[in-house]
Write a protein that binds this ligand. Structure first.
Ligand SMILES: [Zn+2]
Ligand SMILES: [Zn+2]
Length: 89
């Protein structure tokens, strides 16, 4: 953390900069990625991350879940940047 003269008591309120704008929620998060992650988990039923192995086509809410599936289910690892799969031999 950066020390810029904010005392600890005040920083509690300033910690949560990113607020979920869904109705009946209003949860606050420290980081935008946390907010996005929360939205994806809680408010979104879509599963945009699809396994591309033949005869699989399982879909997942998060890339992390897809990656875990790929590793566990197919014994492959997935490249972070290209989404290419690599043999784990
Ligand atoms: Zn929310
Ligand atoms: Zn799969």
């Amino acid at each position: 953390m950066y020390a810029i003269g904010v005392n600890v008591a005040n920083s509690l309120q300033q910690n949560n900069k990113y607020k979920c704008n869904e109705e009946n929620c209003g949860k606050c998060f420290n980081q935008r990625t946390d907010l996005n992650d929360h939205k994806q988990r809680v408010h979104c039923d879509e599963k945009p991350f699809v396994c591309h192995f033949n005869d699989c086509h399982k879909s997942f809410k998060t890339k992390a879940n897809l990656r875990r599936h790929v590793v566990v289910g197919h014994r492959q690892s997935m490249c972070n940047n290209t989404h290419r799969t690599v043999m784990l031999l």
